[in-house]
Write a protein of this length. Structure first.
Length: 51
């Protein structure tokens, strides 16, 4: 479902307001868990940015 919303008064810009269907959760695999652990330990700033 797409609903148009008017944003701005001088330029009359139209930006679509997208409503996405709910997604079911999928488990994180083994390599995803290892990558998450790597980010937490060695790339702390990247991990915090992704949160």
């Amino acid at each position: 479902m797409i609903k148009m919303v008017c944003v701005g008064t001088a330029r009359r810009l139209y930006i679509p307001c997208l409503i996405l269907p709910a997604e079911k959760e999928q488990p994180i695999g083994l390599w995803g868990q290892r990558h998450l652990r790597y980010l937490k330990e060695y790339r702390r700033s990247t991990y915090i940015t992704l949160l």
